[in-house]
Design a protein around this ligand. Structure first.
Ligand code: UTP
Length: 410
């Protein structure tokens, strides 16, 4: 562990000396904890607050990218299905569940996957996902290896919950957990918040670090030993998420693409969803707030939106390519959030409004590191029921409606 002087020098470099303000008052354990936290924390993310490092000003030239549409998929369903299920049966496909987020918008104090979305019976978000994955196991006769990313904040709760629920009937031999990295949170002036006198405010560093965290956890070896070639990465909060979908996998493999992304048609030009497109000739996702009005409303000759396909955080990546790009630096997004902190009187405050920044890398930026990405259109009402908020859009209520519509008993 680093010495006090080294810690002080690191903090001076980033103008964060206040982190050691109470050092002399701490007991030895707290002192050691704080020094070790300073050693582990990547303070360089603060550089992203400088205007010249702002990633949104560095975007290239966008162009639309067409998808394999629902109609195309219907026509080729058998071919895609057989290619995909063959890959699964040969053990070439794994899935990664991104469950390290804090789910602040939902306001649930446990991992989001532990949320009970049932009405007259218990049905947990994790359970919905495992049920969906189980369908593939039943169809192919093969268990798909599942890697679950947690964060330091929710790891124990997540693992214990899976144990308690007996992995919802999944064979636990095929499930492995790994913990993602953390990043510090700051106020709007870039001053890092403290949670207590001995603890820096840190939070999960976004979902973009999933592959480097897998590598750091030593799981790449496991992936290689198993002969896994494709990884389906998906979000915890879409209760209709179809995981390791054989048709999707088959379509990507047959297309010769390096990656694939499930997409849905936008409901309106202004829908707040990231759109899969080309940026400087490479696949990329443009966020809704980055799109000009012209881009949002641009239509093709057939009258359809040119930037039409929104991403739903369900990607297929090739392991070979992920290994190639592991050393590439992912852009850091500066996101305004509500950050609990210790105020000047030493009291712990949970704010009602956004009060600072978190620093996150995003899995969607991984798409731009691919030479190609196949947009694969799915029916929104069958595959997209995100639980982001407690009420309103993308809420518990809207997801429940969609689950019921899909014949799932709540
Ligand atoms: P969101 O962007 O919705 O973030 O995550 P969140 O933290 O879950 O929710 P809010 O914004 O605080 O309300 C999309 C997916 O990425 C995962 C989440 O668990 C979810 O599956 N994620 C997000 C991580 O695994 N790690 C992170 O650091 C952030």
């Amino acid at each position: 562990m680093i010495e006090f002087d080294t810690a002080e020098n690191i903090l001076k470099k980033y103008g964060q000396e206040h982190i050691l303000a109470y050092y002399d008052e701490l007991n030895n354990t707290e002192k050691a904890e704080l020094l070790s936290q300073i050693e582990m924390t990547d303070f360089s993310v603060l550089e992203n607050l400088k205007d010249e490092n702002n990633i949104s000003s560095k975007r290239g030239k966008f162009e639309p990218l067409d998808a394999v549409t629902i109609e195309d998929i219907e026509k080729n369903r058998e071919t895609y299905y057989s290619a995909g299920s063959e890959a699964i049966k040969e053990g070439k496909v794994a899935a990664v569940l991104l469950a390290g987020g804090q789910g602040t918008r939902l306001g649930f104090d446990k991992p989001k996957g532990m949320f009970n979305i049932g009405i007259s019976k218990e049905l947990y978000i994790f359970e919905c996902l495992m049920n969906n994955l189980m369908k593939v196991v039943k169809d192919t006769g093969v268990y798909v290896p599942l890697y679950i990313m947690t964060s330091e904040k929710n790891h124990d709760d997540t693992v214990n919950f899976f144990e308690e629920k007996n992995y919802f009937g999944y064979d636990k031999k095929y499930v492995k957990f790994f913990i993602q990295d953390m990043a510090p949170s700051s106020d709007f002036n870039g001053r890092i918040y403290m949670e207590s006198r001995s603890c820096i405010s840190i939070s999960p560093n976004g979902n973009g670090g999933w592959f480097s965290s897998i590598v750091r956890a030593g799981l790449l070896k496991d992936i290689k030993n198993k002969g896994i070639e494709w990884i389906n990465v998906f979000a915890v909060d879409n209760v209709l998420q179809q995981i390791a979908d054989p048709c999707f996998i088959g379509a990507v493999i047959n297309s010769g693409s390096q990656s694939g992304s499930k997409v849905v048609s936008k409901v309106s030009p202004d829908e707040r969803v990231g759109v899969l497109c080309l940026e400087d000739g490479k696949p990329s996702i443009v966020e809704y707030y980055e799109m000009t009005k012209e881009m949002r409303t641009l239509t093709k000759e057939n009258g359809q939106l040119a930037y039409k396909y929104g991403v739903i955080l369900n990607y297929l990546f090739k392991v070979e390519r992920l290994e190639d790009i592991i050393a590439e630096k992912m852009p850091v997004h500066v996101v305004e959030k509500k950050i609990p902190y210790m105020d000047n009187n030493g009291s712990f405050v949970i704010p009602d409004e956004n009060n600072g920044y978190k620093f996150e890398t995003l899995v969607l930026d991984m798409v731009h590191l691919q030479e190609s990405c196949l947009p694969y259109e799915v029916e929104r009402c069958k595959e997209f029921a995100p639980v982001k908020n407690a009420e309103g859009v993308d809420s518990v209520e809207s997801a429940r409606k969609l689950l019921i519509q899909n014949g799932i008993k709540l």
